[in-house]
Design a protein around this ligand. Sequence first.
Ligand SMILES: [Ca+2]
Ligand SMILES: [Ca+2]
Length: 444
Amino acid sequence: MKPRPVIIVVAAMALLAACAGPPPTPSGAPPTATAAPSATNGPPTPSGAQPTPSGAMPTATDGQPTPTGAQPSPTDGSPAPTASGQAAPFVAQVERVADGLGPLTFITHAGDGSGLLFAVEQAGVIRIVEQGGAVRQEPFLDIRERIGSGGERGLLGLAFHPQYASNRRLFVNYTDPAGNTVVAEYTGSGIAADPATERRILSFEQPFANHNGGMLAFGPDGYLYISTGDGGSGGDPLRAGQDLTTLLGKMLRIDVDGGGPYAIPADNPFAGGAGGARPEIWSYGLRNPWRVSFDRQTGDMFIGDVGQGTWEEVDAEPAGEGGRNYGWNVMEGPDCFRGVPCDPNAFTLPVAWYSTQNDDHCAVTGGYVYRGTALPGLVGRYVFGDYCAGAIYGLDAATALSTGRAEIVELTRAGMSITSFGEDEAGEIYVVGHSGRVLRLTGR
Ligand SMILES: [Ca+2]
Ligand SMILES: [Ca+2]
């Protein structure tokens, strides 16, 4: 777990340079595959535990040239302007908080002043981690019998209602035994949630095993945001990302306080349903937005959207600006996908991206804009990572929002695969993985 502080200098590159040559070999899933349970198309990977799933790697070294000229660095995206005033080198390290849990997909807090962390095991158990790192023996919630787990399936998301302290409502996103997505509500207490309280909010079919999205997060507007993924296989064969009549490949936004089981916020961009558009859609053109968060200070949204075989990307959305098209599957990162000519101006491009062509990188794991106190130099940086490499990166959130680009800087390495980041109530950042370990980001 020794940190490797490396400052990545971002290489300038032709921004909208043409298109990738031959179809990039997708992460584990050939474009023509009809059902590819690719292990590397999004973080929740193999049932087992280990960081780098053998045999299913992201083809990092298969000789596929990078579209805009091969760069040696894993972070050759983002022709970033030098972040004004924010460019000071900064490194962090990780410390172990807890160990011995099952393969983890997420960690969060309840916002109820308890100071507890809630660690999500992919198999379907939520465990309470106390401030000192002790893991309570009794699970907070155990719904393993309702869940189909393995690969990119399982218990994938958890969000406590903003008024959880008074209403005790919490929401989960899981894959059912048939492989379909379920968003459900439970009623909790300080120490447990009863599986019998389940109330289904939303469910939809998943055509393939992978790309199930899975994030749940309440925005500053009090609405519940749900990331869905394009449904799976490789290359988005259903073209779900650009299809407004499907919930797949989207960011959804619903009101769980105003309807049964939910209402459509009046200012959702497709609230009227014109042309058959699903009114739940907030933004679209996403491939597998596995981890998504809101800056707790500004309300801006950051999305880590897992790429196909070439680029991993981070998207930044100013608070309240829905209706955006993030490009998939017309574009992958900054390039037209598979070399098919396209008009990049029609889409919202990522604020940062990095290649998976050169080393052990395979899939972006989105994180959080740091607003804690333990690392003053990190305040205002969006912290994210790469699932396979275990690398932890930062970029300046304000620069990303104001200029549309931000430089990626490596902060440290987790020493394990990174399935997710999470925040505690104070805004400190945690890292979890299939190793069943909980780490905390600290200074040096
Ligand atoms: Ca799927
Ligand atoms: Ca995109």
